[in-house]
Design a protein around this ligand. Structure first.
Ligand code: HEC
Length: 95
């Protein structure tokens, strides 16, 4: 007996999975903007994204310097421009 469940096109499953992943719980402020895209691209290589409201501006300064060092060690490129954009995003939404 075949109820047809096998006939859900694989791309429907794929679409659902990628939509869920792109939302990531949907808790990030400014989600969907280029700044957040960059933040997700650059800051999830080694761990999941920390929420911007988790730290104050001063703490973000400290962490960004630390992360720059981590990225250098792993040879992940992190340009001054990218750092500026991410810093601006974190500052706007800091604790
Ligand atoms: C090359 C790997 C790497 C990348 C890329 C990276 N981090 Fe990290 N991050 C780490 C490691 C390793 C730790 C653990 C703490 C430590 O030893 O410094 C950490 C810890 C943290 C912490 C402290 C713990 C916490 O969750 O509060 C914050 C905040 C953080 N990272 C933010 C960022 C941000 C923002 C970016 C993007 C600019 C980023 N990280 C990109 C490696 C990375």
């Amino acid at each position: 007996m075949n109820f047809g469940f096998k006939h859900i096109p694989y791309w429907v499953a794929l679409l659902m999975t990628s939509t869920m992943m792109a939302c990531g719980g949907g808790q990030l402020p400014e989600a969907g903007t280029p700044d957040v895209d960059l933040y997700l691209k650059k800051c999830t290589a080694c761990h999941s994204w920390p929420h911007p409201a988790r730290h104050t501006k001063e703490e973000w300064d400290h962490y960004l310097a630390l992360m720059e060092w981590h990225m250098e060690k792993k040879e992940i490129p992190f340009s001054a421009e990218e750092k500026q954009v991410i810093k601006g995003y974190l500052y706007r939404n800091a604790r």
